[in-house]
Write a protein of this length. Structure first.
Length: 243
């Protein structure tokens, strides 16, 4: 029994260590700069993008964040919100291809936002909000290359883009997916349609389950009645000879 218990204890310890290692690896792999929400409709207007910046260092703080906005598919009407402890510097660039809008032709757009003066300590993260007037309509995604500078001088470059079918790179750039535009006003949106389909499916499943339950209940009643009838018949038959 002692040897058996020792073996079990060792096996449990190995399993616990393996699980902890997997969880730690997953935590490190997921601790990179991201943009939220993960997707917007093409041409969306008056929205907000949140860049989440976690601190991966144990002995240094993040002191500078630089986010580069694409100019080949520009984000129009960019505004930054005041961030406690941070100062934002917005850089604009001349567009190679001007963008025509209902308000006129846009020739300049924000190409870089730099936050300095604040601090993200170890084990913490900071959200940087950026409002926009309009997203582009001619691309399926936007990549926001980001540089993260630490107090010890180390700079992490979140600039790598994954090719189709490849695994996520070591230092991926934040990517915003751009989905197809929603249907016309008053029509059912794809999300609503999906929800409705799931609801109908759930209702059909529930209806089927209810029908099955009712069928089993009726069958059970029939079996019970037949059993009572058989019992009554047996009692009557047993009493007949005695009579």
């Amino acid at each position: 029994m002692s040897a058996h218990r020792t073996t079990l204890r060792r096996a449990g310890t190995v399993a616990a260590l393996a699980t902890a290692g997997v969880l730690a690896a997953a935590g490190v792999a997921s601790a990179h700069v991201t943009v939220h929400p993960e997707s917007y409709a093409k041409g969306a207007t008056d929205g907000v993008l949140t860049f989440r910046v976690p601190n991966e260092e144990d002995k240094a703080s993040t002191t500078k964040v630089q986010v580069y906005l694409p100019t080949d598919h520009p984000v129009l009407g960019v505004l930054v919100t005041p961030q406690n402890g941070w100062t934002a510097k917005v850089t604009t660039s001349k567009l190679k291809t001007p963008v025509k809008t209902d308000d006129g032709t846009i020739t300049d757009a924000v190409s870089q936002i730099t936050w300095t003066g604040g601090k993200i300590a170890a084990g913490q993260y900071e959200d940087f909000n950026v409002a926009f007037g309009q997203l582009p309509e001619d691309t399926d995604q936007l990549s926001f290359k980001t540089l993260q500078t630490y107090s010890d001088g180390n700079v992490v470059r979140w600039i790598e883009e994954a090719a189709a079918g490849d695994d996520e790179p070591e230092n991926p750039a934040p990517v915003l997916k751009l989905t197809a535009k929603g249907s016309e006003e008053g029509d059912e949106t794809p999300a609503a349609s999906t929800t409705a389909t799931k609801t109908d499916s759930t209702s059909a499943s529930s209806s089927s389950s209810d029908s099955t339950a009712r069928g089993l209940g009726i069958a059970g009643l029939i079996v019970g009645v037949l059993g009572l009838a058989a019992g009554a018949f047996a009692v009557v038959r047993s009493r007949t000879p005695r009579s």
